[in-house]
Design a protein around this ligand. Structure first.
Ligand code: ADP
Ligand code: F6P
Length: 358
């Protein structure tokens, strides 16, 4: 049945809890189907530098619960160059790697499609804490990162309540505010400040003033790292100072940064990683490639990578001339619907955070 004799697995870009569970699922499923498995170390740079390890079913024992990635990860600008790509393809030929499963975010998928175009069929699995890939409702790592964030915010709540303070928390997510938005809702924060929705600073300060008068002791504000001032500075720390100076509420600032990218993956992430990993191998065995495995309406589905990347650029207003060439009218309408649905979902949660923090 197997069209492929050997597949490579790599993890690339920012690591995410659940990558190991996905590696395990791909390896176990492929080996079970009689396909050899090679781990490529350090993302695309491992392909360029020929750093690989052979897998057997025991290589992936006991990694399902571990954070990080046993294959290591990297950001590798050289892979975008012609010379880098040539070395990567040579490594595939040298090891007789017939296909690759690449785990990461949108940058990783751009690399994946380049590999497919050069004759190495590649399939992407979305792994990033940011949940910022438009084609999929969910990216592996999002739930774990949010739970870690939430636990830390809950700790801040305790000390804020004792000391009658505010804590402004800055969380990762790049240009996507979902980690900030969801954890703000779940921690009972007074506000989420995210790149996707215009923020009314005056309204927040007025509301906090009212709450102070009404006897509220602790205040939490969760700000996404992607929110910047007009002169490009990160907004969270500035807002914290403003709360203290304008309202007289003592305010502290905390930047959680990379800490929420580590730690043991949640059940949600292990579960999704396992389903997506198995689906990726099944697709390859069916002769399919240049796909990204997605979750849509709780189902694991495959989508063309080029379609997924174009939908992503559409949502992020980054479409360039020609990006939609080659897609029929129906596909473009579906991309528009995806973008709209994503925007509406975020706006709905944002509204609820506002409605429940008065
Ligand atoms: P993520 O996959 O999390 O979005 P990056 O944007 O850093 O993370 O991308 C991961 C890697 O994917 C990069 O280091 C690079 O090797 C590769 N990559 C990114 N963009 C491209 C591109 N346009 N073409 C080819 N490879 C790319
Ligand atoms: O994409 C994941 C992510 O953690 C973002 O949330 C963050 O902006 C970025 O990666 C940080 O990148 P680095 O690990 O290179 O500092």
């Amino acid at each position: 049945m197997a069209k492929f004799r050997k597949i490579g697995i790599l993890t690339s870009g920012g690591d995410a809890p659940g990558m190991n569970a996905a590696i395990r699922a791909v390896a176990r499923k492929a080996l079970d189907e009689g396909v050899e498995v090679v781990g490529i170390l350090g993302g695309y740079s491992g392909l360029i530098k020929d750093k690989t390890i052979d897998f057997n079913p025991r290589t992936v024992s006991n990694i399902i619960s571990r954070g990080g990635t046993v294959l290591y990860s990297d950001r590798c600008p050289e892979f975008k160059t012609e010379a880098g790509m040539k070395k990567a393809i040579e490594t595939c030929y040298r090891h007789e790697i017939d296909a690759i499963v690449a785990m990461g975010g949108d940058g990783t998928f751009r690399g994946a499609t380049d590999l497919t175009n050069r004759g190495i069929p590649t399939i992407g699995i979305p792994c990033t804490i940011d949940n910022d890939i438009t084609a999929t409702d969910y990216t592996i790592g999002f739930d774990s990162a949010m739970n870690t964030t939430l636990n830390m915010i809950d700790c801040l709540r305790d000390t804020c309540e004792s000391h009658k303070r505010c804590n402004v928390v800055e969380v990762m997510g790049r240009d996507c505010g979902q980690i900030a938005l969801y954890t703000a809702m779940a921690s009972g924060a007074v506000a989420a400040v995210i790149p996707e929705v215009p923020f009314d600073e005056g309204e927040l300060l007025a509301r906090m003033k009212q709450l102070l008068v009404a006897g509220k002791r602790s205040y939490l504000v969760v700000v996404s790292e992607g929110v910047l001032t007009a002169d490009g500075k990160k907004y969270g720390e500035i807002l914290s100072k403003k709360i203290e100076s304008d309202l007289g509420i003592e305010s502290r600032f905390a930047r959680f940064a990379h800490v929420v990218r580590g730690g043991s993956p949640s059940l949600r992430d292990r579960f999704t990683a396992t389903r997506m990993g198995v689906c990726a191998v099944e697709c390859l065995l069916e002769g399919k490639s240049n796909l990204v495995i997605c979750e849509r309406d709780s189902k694991i589905v495959e989508m063309d990578i080029n379609y997924a990347l174009a939908a992503d650029r559409m949502y992020k207003n980054r479409l360039k001339d020609g990006d939609l060439d080659g897609f029929d009218a129906e596909s473009i309408e579906r991309m528009k619907a995806l973008s709209l649905q994503r925007k509406e979902n975020i706006e709905t949660v944002y509204r609820v955070v506002g409605e429940t923090s008065k």
